[in-house]
Design a protein around this ligand. Structure first.
Ligand SMILES: NC(=O)c1ccc[n+]([C@@H]2O[C@H](COP(=O)([O-])OP(=O)(O)OC[C@H]3O[C@@H](n4cnc5c(N)ncnc54)[C@H](O)[C@@H]3O)[C@@H](O)[C@H]2O)c1
Length: 291
């Protein structure tokens, strides 16, 4: 298993969705370790604000407008980052939206929109930066942001759950395959974090997206309040993430309150396997008797 990264000073990191919330927390934690940081975000306004509050010279921090779902734009931004800050050896695929459209109102466009950002956006980052990481000849690290909604379903809408489960699977499989290249892969699955993800997503919802039902609108309003009342501090989450990079940990959590639900899910899956073994062996006996 690869060692974690400890020689942060002077490296270049790329953080998507880095202008606000958890991404900004990760960017701050990186900057504290002497990493030069490229922040990418779809919101020009949020990028301007991040640049203002971080207030660092251009050789330490650059901000790029990017829609992670757009592969051409991604390649263009990556070329600029390499020229501005050098080869990216730390990648944080963090940009995300939460849109809890119900299956009854969903459309192909909504599927493409949410999965395009939350899942394809993660893969686009890996596809873009992996060749440079492999060529760099030094240990590298990738962190993909999933969610507790990528471990257990309930309350976040099927599109969000689907995208976050997929990011868990992608991260676990890539970790196994990239380890011998000295590239660590971790997956972050936060519980509630005090960010404006609900409102930010509302602002960039595509024109023509089906309206949410009053029930889903209520769920999202309640989620917004819940994140700010009970959510972890994004800067604290940034530190937890960097600790995981230092130790090359596979999983990064922000709390420990889903143990029972996760255990229940695992038990039900294992019970289904046991049931199938028993049933197939009974059917097998019967099939042999009747032939
Ligand atoms: N806040 C939570 O409680 C929580 C919990 C679990 C997982 N997450 C995940 O954490 C990640 C960060 O969320 P956050 O809570 O910090 O939200 P946030 O809204 O504060 O930050 C997300 C950032 O991503 C940007 N973004 C959205 N779409 C983009 C796109 N297409 N291209 C580039 N940038 C884009 C937004 O403009 C925003 O600045 C997301 O993947 C989210 O699903 C958040």
């Amino acid at each position: 298993m690869s060692e974690g990264i400890t020689d942060f000073e002077g490296r270049t990191a790329f953080v998507t969705g880095g202008a606000r919330g958890i991404g900004l927390g990760i960017a701050r934690a990186l900057l504290r370790r002497g990493v030069n940081v490229a922040i990418a975000d779809i919101s020009a306004e949020a990028l301007d604000h991040a640049a203002d509050v971080l207030a660092l010279p251009q050789e330490r921090l650059r901000c790029y407008r990017l829609d992670v779902a757009d592969r051409e734009q991604y390649a263009d931004v990556a070329r600029r980052v390499a020229a501005d800050l050098g080869e990216v050896t730390l990648l944080f695929n963090n940009a995300g939206v939460i849109d809890s459209i119900s299956p009854a109102r969903a459309t192909y466009d909504m599927w493409d929109y949410v999965l395009g950002i939350n899942l394809n956006g993660v893969y686009n980052g890996i596809q873009t930066f992996l060749p440079g990481m492999l060529a760099s000849g030094r240990p590298c690290h990738i962190v993909n942001t999933s969610s507790e909604a990528g471990l257990i379903t309930g309350g976040s809408g099927f599109l969000y759950h689907t995208s976050k489960f997929a990011v868990m699977g992608l991260s676990e499989a890539m970790r196994d395959e990239l380890d011998h290249h000295d590239i660590g892969v971790s997956v972050l699955f936060p519980g509630p974090v005090a960010t404006d993800i609900v409102q930010n997503t509302r602002r960039i919802r595509p024109a023509g997206a089906p309206a949410h039902s009053p029930r889903v609108t209520g769920i999202l309003d309640a989620a917004h309040l819940h994140l700010h009342r009970d959510g972890a501090d994004p800067d604290g989450v940034g530190e937890v993430v960097l600790d995981a990079v230092e130790h090359n940990l596979p999983y990064i959590a922000t709390r420990n309150r889903s143990r029972e639900a996760l255990a229940r899910r695992t038990e039900e899956i294992v019970a289904a396997m046991d049931h199938a073994e028993r049933m197939l062996s009974r059917l097998g006996d019967a099939a042999i008797k009747h032939t």
